[in-house]
Design a protein around this ligand. Sequence first.
Ligand SMILES: [Mn+2]
Length: 318
Amino acid sequence: MHYLTKLVKTIQNSREIVIATHRDPDGDGIAAALASAYLVKHYHRKKPTLFCHSRIPVKYHFLLGNWKFTRRLGDFDLLIAVDSAGISRIFPSLPERQLANKSIINIDHHRSNNSFGALRIIDEQASSACEIIYFIFKRLKIRIPKQLADIFYCGIYNETGGFVYPNTTKESLLIASELVGLGVQPDHLVKQMNAKTLSGTTLLTKVLSTIEVKHGVAMMYLCQDMLQRSSAEMSDSENFISFLQAIKGVRVSMFLREEKDSTRISLRSDGIIDVDKLARQYGGGGHRLAAGLRIRKDIHAAKKEILNTILREIKKQP
Ligand SMILES: [Mn+2]
């Protein structure tokens, strides 16, 4: 059966549908979940439930419209997972048997996707999860209302860093232009999406003051007391790492964030090393040039360990 036929049939034959995006959601993950909600609504009488383990950052609330995300999982028979390389990215601590008799649809663009679910719509070449879902709408000839066009645009814009990251492709730019044709006003929308709070900007000054560069590797960190002192949210730091990768001569960047009992690390590479592979050694993953991981160590121990691993990988290069 063609995957789109299977997708539509699975949606139509389900009773209760949950759409879930990964924890610590970014713009692409949230937008992909919302776009999937429109898709489900098109084929199903009942509204789906939107699930995210983390709170949706305030800066994305304008995208939600009438939709709401819940952090509690009720009964369901179909799970549509978006922008998530593995089930544990969605449910950090869900016993596997709880998913045992559920249908799962896996829509993702991460190379590290571990191929869970009975129906997998995975495209590593896609700029974003939103791009994959946009093409589903096009192939199924479903009309895209202006509100949804805004959602797609925000997701793709977010994942490509405003159409500048290496995942900015001909397709992503073509989609953007089609979305503008559907009524999206990029200046207006981007202003809304990029609006910074004063506390978020104060947080940025604190984080930037920790920058260090060693052998082409740039590092900086965020610890909990910086959040408190600037009354910012963790999600305010979403794109801070781009400041590192923009420094002349930097090949690899590492941004460490202190969590309750672990450190979350984002990695970027200019291509000299494959950070997806590196992150996978620690149970993380992502893309060749952008990936993330968590490690059960404090910031300073984590920094030392990952820096050593990065330098070792760089040395291996011819
Ligand atoms: Mn994504």
